[in-house]
Design a protein around this ligand. Structure first.
Ligand SMILES: Cc1cc2nc3c(=O)[nH]c(=O)nc-3n(C[C@H](O)[C@H](O)[C@H](O)COP(=O)(O)O)c2cc1C
Length: 318
């Protein structure tokens, strides 16, 4: 059982110490462990070129064509059974490096598209996609913020959730490690460090379990799937949506407390399930048919309609 701890903070600062504390506990629970600090890794943003999915659709492997440190980190993530992710909050959200990583990792490895392609290749006897894409991966998130209030880390954990969403990783638990400034160093707070170790141990103990048998470590949150507490009103009465999982529930106030009931049917179509991803896969598939029709309908006037925009205000750097 391989557990990888990723720290995106400064070398030997809070994220490193916290990630290593969780990793030590995972090792004690029997894991083979590996640590990486990504602070000086070059991980550029997705250019939207589509080369990764085009390679998949042409019978090749899913591969990003940008040559930077993303490729090394992608390999480690796919190799690991369990991942501990400790990421600093910069401006209420995780550091952009994480967003760059999952921008290139998530959509490219979307499990619904990969499964459809793999089934096709099996039936045609062709070279198969990397089997690591179809393995279970388990993940524990720790968002690390300096500010005293949770309020200044509000988008930390919710954004971290996107790390394993398209690949259907199982989140086993999460900790919002805010207030690191007053704590000065995590090692000055034994109760805090014990909690972090508890998450690392829980990750190691969850590996190999059926996803439905994995219990949650951390605050329960409001959404029963991702355990975060973001809610968007849908405009339909008291219906609200978890913007991360894309599932709807009914909001009510009981004993002065907000509660949301998410029907079972909704939980089963959450974005981080294969079923939820298939919903999106077919949505995109249907969209492509409409796009083709629109292009055919505008084949004679498309150039004329676009010309004013292409010729207007050239990029000031050109
Ligand atoms: C550019 C920048 C923006 C930050 N913004 C926030 C913030 O919005 N909320 C917060 O709680 N901490 C914020 N912090 C503090 C860091 O989250 C905190 O110092 C954390 O411990 C950094 O991780 P590290 O010690 O592993 O490097 C910010 C730090 C930097 C450098």
């Amino acid at each position: 059982m391989k557990v990888l701890a990723i720290s995106m903070g400064r070398k030997n600062h809070n994220c490193d110490i916290i990630a290593k504390q969780a990793l030590m506990a995972a090792e004690k629970a029997g894991a083979d462990v590996k640590f990486v600090n990504t602070m000086n890794m070059e991980i550029s943003h997705c250019r939207g070129c589509g080369a990764c999915s085009a390679s998949r659709d042409r019978g090749g492997q899913i591969r990003c064509v940008l040559k930077d440190d993303y490729l090394a980190l992608e390999k480690e993530v796919l190799d690991a059974d369990g991942i501990i992710l400790a990421v600093p909050v910069y401006s209420i959200a995780p550091t952009g490096q994480l967003v760059n990583f999952f921008g290139r990792f998530g959509a490219a490895h979307d499990l619904a598209s990969a499964t459809v392609e793999q089934e096709k290749r099996i039936s045609e006897g062709k070279e198969l996609l990397d089997e690591r894409l179809f393995r279970k991966h388990y993940v524990a998130f720790i968002s690390v913020g300096g500010a005293k209030t949770e309020n200044w880390t509000s988008m930390g954990l919710p954004n971290m959730y996107m790390f394993g969403m398209s690949t259907v990783m199982k989140t086993v638990g999460q900790i919002n490690a805010y207030d690191m400034g007053r704590r000065t160093s995590p090692v000055f707070d034994p109760a805090f460090m014990e909690n972090i170790a508890g998450l690392g141990k829980h990750l190691a103990e969850s590996i190999g379990k059926e996803y439905s048998d994995v219990t949650w470590y951390g605050e329960p949150g409001i959404c029963p799937v991702c355990h975060n507490k973001l809610l968007s009103p849908t405009g339909n009465g008291t219906e609200v949506e978890c913007p991360l999982c894309g599932i709807c529930g009914e909001l009510s106030v009981e004993n002065g407390q907000i509660s949301v009931r998410f029907p079972e049917k909704q939980k089963l179509r959450a974005r981080n399930t294969l079923r939820g991803l298939y919903e999106h896969h077919y949505e995109l598939h249907d969209m492509m048919e409409i796009v083709q029709k629109n292009i055919a309908a505008h084949k004679d006037d498309m150039g004329e309609l676009l010309a004013p925009y292409f010729s207007y205000a050239p990029d000031y750097r050109e």
